[in-house]
Design a protein around this ligand. Structure first.
Ligand SMILES: [Zn+2]
Length: 375
């Protein structure tokens, strides 16, 4: 029942590389590990087999083309043609692009929109803003005001904010915004350390609270990285349950919080969305990584999460294959899950349509205030 006609709103992704990539560069973008393991290719994984099955036909090859043949074809077409095809056939209409990752040169949201022939909006990373303000030279006593000013300026064109506290100090954020005196002390510790990378827990907590407050005022959801998805993190500290105090304190303030990725804590994230009506949950890169198991993860999320709290995203990063794969796998596996439930008389066709169109885009569109058909 779920076909290519259902448009998708990819509520969390990154830009793509605008260069032809060699095998090593390509494979590095297929894994969350920092380097490729000896004798291990990411093509030999759930993500790898799904990529060969679902992306090869987009480049004019048979499904399951061997990795070497796939990469040769990609080089023959060139990155530009391959990227246009992969993004253009994903069925995604709108992309929310996190611009905070700067380790590699990636497309801006405007460049991405042109390549994808769709709409793209920016999601602003809180920590990246604070780091840029600090790099520009600011006194400890002025850091908070300067960062807040910059966040408000960026909010004018942004769709949302994002916090990466998960891999800078962990998600156990206090329920209260740290007071002004402790923020100045933390700022002076951080600025005098000379470390550009923001990893001070007080400042991270302050930033998350400020992001939630400005977001509540201006209607911008605050995304949190949770679960796997960065080699930097301690997975134990990225369990979204650690956000419980923060979520309790932001409940009823007008803030909206979106839990990204979540695996393997997606059931915990689903629970949080169940008890807090300002919380949404998203599986992001879990879908391309678990491949054919995506239906199982989605089913586990839907065990307890309210259906209007679940959103689709690909978390595509660097490779347009990942954006395409997230969309294609989600369509296929969510479609099968819903077909199974229909056959089992768990729900009606009308219920199924509401569930699918909600996750595909309507739920995110309500949260971000974007134009989108509502069921
Ligand atoms: Zn991401």
């Amino acid at each position: 029942m779920l076909n290519d006609d259902v448009p998708l709103l990819d509520q969390h992704c990154h830009g793509v590389r605008t260069a032809d990539l060699d095998r090593h560069e390509f494979e590095l973008l297929m894994t969350e590990a920092e380097r490729l393991g000896r004798d291990r290719s990411p093509f030999d994984s759930m993500l790898g087999v799904s990529l060969r099955r679902l992306c090869a036909p987009v480049l004019g090859l048979d499904p399951h083309a061997e990795a070497g043949d796939y990469l040769a074809r990609r080089t023959e077409l060139g990155w530009l043609t391959a990227t246009r095809r992969l993004l253009g056939t994903s069925g995604t209409r709108t992309w929310l692009v996190d611009t905070g990752l700067t380790a590699l040169p990636l497309t801006s949201p405007a460049e991405f929109a042109v390549l994808a022939d769709g709409q793209a909006r920016e999601v602003v990373r809180l920590e990246a803003v604070a780091e840029r303000v600090a790099a520009g030279g600011v006194a400890a006593a002025d850091l908070a005001d300067a960062v807040e000013r910059e966040l408000r300026a960026r909010a004018v064109s942004a769709a949302g904010f994002k916090s990466i506290a998960a891999y800078r100090g962990g998600l156990a954020l206090p329920g209260r915004r740290p007071d002004a005196a402790s923020v100045v002390r933390a700022a002076s510790r951080w600025l005098s350390s000379g470390r550009g990378r923001l990893d001070d827990r007080d400042l991270l907590a302050w930033l998350a609270h400020v992001g939630a407050e400005i977001g509540a005022e201006l209607g911008l959801p605050l995304q949190f990285h949770t679960g796997f998805g960065d080699p930097d993190l301690h997975l134990r500290e990225a369990d979204p349950l650690a956000l419980t105090d923060f979520l309790r304190s932001t409940s009823g303030t007008g803030a909206t919080v979106v839990l990204l990725h979540c695996w393997p804590h997606h059931r915990n994230a689903a629970y949080l969305a169940h008890v807090f009506d300002h919380v949404l949950v998203d599986l992001g890169l879990t879908i391309p990584h678990v491949g054919a198991r995506a239906g199982a993860v989605l089913a586990e999320t839907l065990e307890i999460a309210p259906w209007r709290a679940v959103c689709f995203s690909s978390d595509g990063y660097g490779l347009p294959e990942l954006h395409h794969l997230g969309a294609a796998l989600w369509r296929e596996r969510c479609g099968r899950l819903v077909d199974e439930w229909l056959a089992d008389d768990v729900l009606t066709t009308r219920d199924a349509e509401r569930l699918v169109t909600g996750i595909a885009g309507a739920n995110a569109a309500r949260a971000y205030g974007l134009d989108w058909p509502q069921a």
